[in-house]
Design a binder for this molecule. Structure first.
Ligand code: CO
Length: 473
């Protein structure tokens, strides 16, 4: 048993600008704009190595489309973590699962007073007003130029002192308002939700909690903000400060306590209902909407936290390695009280879900979920792309032997009426050539219409966004 995909977890040191990538097939003439993505790309600094896939130093990638052509550019994010680690030749800043040993004093100081964040925005990209920013799970966003990918500085939020944040803020379409989440650890622990007015964060809701769960994203329906509290919980905030363990290793899998949905009125910030359910682990919400006296919450879930353990680089690079596949679950959360229950929306193993967000997020009539997935019966990394039709349960698949696709980003056609009128963009690692290509699928048929080959590999990343905004392209 070998490991075909481990080349996608190697450092990519080259920063390149390629005016026109070779394209096989035809890019749609209407496809104008830029796919901006982020992900880890440097896994070693001098003698030190990052331990986890989620830890590597961020690189930005830009595929820009115009007139049936596509260009490519990549640049390291010049975050404090990138600059100072590389200047020092050591890993100085802590990350998800890597912690350079600090003194006891510095540990206490960094958790309870002024944390040192490295701004390693390797998880997601967002546009806040005119600013393009990288996001990670710490509340230090970095601003970058969407054309040159030059790093412009720190995005200064005002009004928060939380330690942990989310790289998945929501846009409340009705009110044209950003909503985000953060956690505060300390003498008391709190889940917090904020509305975003430019750089000003305004508190929407604060929920005290003894053992806060690890939270990667949250849900939003027409009326409610939803926290899906997994069973991976902080054992003690004092130990977070003093344990000497990296961030995530202070969280403990506690299935005996179950999981819970906390439903919050998105306007008043009041907790409407808490619904217990059996223990699960989750990174990504997919969609949510109200149906009668129920709240429907679609998310990718796991029966345990094995994914976190499987993401350590020594395990992922080993022969015979694989990544656990997630379940696309539909939870029914009773708004009048009672337990939440779920059904599976597909039997495929899925992760990195995307939908037609701008139009169909929070809508009960949405029908399509796109995801990276692991073929059933294989132990492997994400080796196919999947489109799930929620109405009839049918699944469309793109697969090519030895190829490893990332998150499928849906781009709607400008004059499209159907929910799936548009294309899917995904960065694929080709293990045979050890290079990557941008795959373009026709979203309705899920058939390939074009691929643009990059002359080097793009390490496996997490999220990106497509922008048609003239500022970006
Ligand atoms: Co994510």
């Amino acid at each position: 048993m070998g490991n075909l995909f481990k080349g996608g977890l190697e450092t990519q040191p080259n920063e390149v600008t390629i005016e026109e990538l070779p394209v096989r097939g035809h890019l749609p003439g209407w496809l104008n704009g830029a796919l901006l993505r982020t992900g880890p790309a440097q896994f070693e600094v001098g003698p030190d190595s990052y331990r986890h896939w989620f830890d590597g130093l961020a690189m930005l990638h830009r595929f820009a489309f115009a007139d049936g052509r596509v260009s490519y550019r990549n640049r390291f994010l010049q975050s404090p973590a990138f600059r100072e680690n590389n200047a020092l030749g050591r890993i100085k800043y802590a990350d998800f699962a890597t912690d350079p040993c600090k003194s006891l004093f510095k540990r206490v100081a960094s958790i309870f007073t002024s944390p040192e964040y490295g701004g390693n925005g390797n998880v997601n990209i967002a546009q806040f007003g005119a600013d393009f920013v990288t996001l990670t799970e710490y509340p230090l966003a970095m601003v970058f130029d969407p054309k040159t990918l030059d790093t412009l500085g720190v995005y200064d939020y005002e009004g928060t002192d939380a330690q942990n944040s989310t790289a998945h803020p929501h846009h409340d379409r009705e009110r044209d308002l950003g909503l985000t989440y953060a956690a505060k650890y300390g003498i008391t622990n709190e889940y917090r939700f904020y509305s975003m007015h430019g750089k000003q964060l305004t508190s929407l809701s604060t929920i005290k909690v003894d053992h806060p769960a690890y939270v990667h994203s949250f849900g939003l329906s027409g009326r409610y903000v939803i926290l899906a509290e997994s069973a991976l919980r902080l054992s003690s905030s004092v130990s977070l400060a003093l344990s000497g363990k990296p961030f995530i290793e202070n969280f403990e899998w506690t299935p005996e306590d179950g999981s819970r949905f906390i439903v919050i009125d998105k306007v008043s910030g009041q907790v409407v209902v808490e619904a217990p359910t059996e223990a699960f682990f989750s990174f990504h919400h997919v969609n949510a909407f109200e149906r009668g006296d129920e709240l429907i919450v679609d998310l990718i879930a796991y029966p345990n936290n094995e994914f976190v353990n499987a993401g350590y680089l020594d395990r992922l690079r080993a022969d015979g390695a694989g990544i656990p596949g997630g379940e696309l679950r539909r939870y029914r959360v009773p708004l009048n009280g009672g337990r939440a229950t779920y059904e599976l929306l597909t039997t495929e193993n899925v992760e990195l879900p995307r939908i037609h967000y701008d139009t169909y997020h929070t809508r009960g009539d949405y029908n399509y979920v796109y995801a990276a997935s692991v073929r059933r019966g294989t132990t492997d990394f994400y080796n196919q792309l999947t489109k799930v039709n929620l109405t009839n349960g049918t699944v469309s698949v793109w697969h090519e032997d030895g190829c490893y696709p990332g998150e499928p980003v849906f781009v709607p056609a400008p004059d499209g009426r159907a929910e799936d009128a548009g294309v899917i963009l995904s960065v694929v690692f080709d293990s045979q050539s050890a290079t990557s290509f941008l795959l373009v699928l026709d979203a309705p048929s899920f058939g390939e219409i074009a691929r643009a080959t990059v002359p080097q590999h793009i390490p496996f990343g997490f999220h990106g966004q497509f922008f048609t905004d003239p500022i970006a392209v």
